[in-house]
Design a binder for this molecule. Structure first.
Ligand SMILES: CNC(=O)COc1cccc(Nc2cc(Cl)ccn2)c1
Length: 343
């Protein structure tokens, strides 16, 4: 009993004065290791009587446990002291938050395009694509746009040079896809053609030489303005919500007769207070449409006596600017993260 207490006192002293974890570990082995001082002392227990063991056993184990705890807590203290000393030397503040990980997201034009094509595909329109560099005949002639039509003037359309590319233009709408599709497929057909289109426009807040459009075309038997009105109303309600009000106004396009402009009631004002969105008219023009002109059907070999169809076209930037409240079309192409981080 005296020897154990003496050993305990001695090692408590060694522990409290231990200057390094190596010295501490060496002392632990000397005391509690296989050949340790205390281990050797406790081996004497086996020669004691049952009575003596009853008292000495628990006492010996308590001393052993207390010393183990003392070694352990001193080891912790030495290590954390060493770490704090290390940290004190550097000026790294470990409590600072980490760098925020910026989550990417789709470009707003892609978001707008996805929304429009998702609604149109639910309305049964199949996605069709075609060339951006197009023959004049598919961009103009087949669409009943006569040679003298201003749309064909060089100031409106980007003409690709002579040589092999003679008579080629950068398409000014995606109608070329519809024309090519009608040449190869017989009615009934119901297609949409999203894509990039080009105009000879100087870039400013509301014009860009490159922008995006979606066109739709439905050709079948007995297609009428009623089909056009119900389908486009569904499309507008899909885009602006079920409560959206839609208005059809007469218009003109060489490739449709009759032609209409489709307006949506202004969502920001009731049309009374002057609002920048609808210029106080209470309505916002969203897309153009019409019944496909019989000449166009004839040009692609579809008999207008048997078949009829409607078509429509809509700008994507226009919708994206409305959806996001963006005033300047150039924002879509300048990739200024200060803008796009807001969405
Ligand atoms: C941005 N686009 C607009 O404001 C108006 O676009 C429109 C209007 C009416 C019809 C069409 N497309 C079309 C295509 C064929 Cl193949 C035949 C007849 N029409 C595009």
């Amino acid at each position: 009993k005296e020897k154990c207490s003496a050993a305990e006192a001695e090692y408590r002293d060694i522990i409290s004065n231990a200057a390094s974890s190596d010295a501490l570990e060496a002392a632990r082995v000397n005391c509690l290791g296989r050949k340790g001082v205390l281990t050797e002392l406790l081996k004497n227990l086996k020669d004691f009587t049952i009575e003596e063991k009853k008292e000495a056993g628990p006492l010996g184990n308590k001393i052993k446990k207390d010393l183990e705890d003392a070694f352990y807590s001193k080891k912790n203290a030495l290590e954390s002291a060493a770490l704090n000393e290390e940290l004190a030397k550097t000026n790294i503040d470990l409590t600072l938050p980490g760098w925020p990980v910026a989550n990417g997201h789709k470009h707003p034009l892609t978001i707008a395009m996805d929304r429009m094509t998702a609604i149109l595909s639910k309305l049964g329109f199949v996605w069709a694509e075609g060339p951006q560099i197009e023959e004049e005949k598919y961009n103009f002639d087949f669409l009943n746009i006569p040679l003298h039509h201003p749309a064909r003037d060089v100031q409106d359309t980007l003409i690709i040079g002579g040589g092999a590319k003679k008579g080629m233009v950068l398409r000014s709408h995606t109608s070329n896809v519809q024309v090519r599709y009608m040449e190869k497929n017989k009615p009934p057909l119901r297609i949409m053609s999203p894509g990039k289109v080009f105009r000879r426009d100087d870039i400013d807040a509301s014009h860009s030489p490159v922008f995006h459009q979606i066109e739709g075309l439905y050709v079948d038997k007995n297609v009428s303005l009623a089909d056009l009105k119900s389908d486009l109303t569904a499309f507008m309600k899909g885009l602006f919500g079920n409560k959206a009000e839609v208005r059809f106004r007469p218009s003109f396009f060489p490739f449709t007769e009759p032609s209409v402009e489709v307006d949506v009631k202004c969502v920001f004002c009731d049309g009374k207070s002057p609002c920048s969105f609808c210029k106080g008219t209470g309505w916002k023009e969203m897309l153009g449409a019409g019944i496909v002109h019989p000449n166009v059907l004839r040009n692609v070999g579809i008999d207008p006596e048997i078949y009829s169809g409607y078509a429509f076209g809509m700008g994507v930037e226009r919708l994206a600017m409305l959806m996001l409240g963006i005033k300047d079309i150039r924002a879509f192409y300048e990739n200024d993260l200060r803008i796009w981080k807001q969405f």
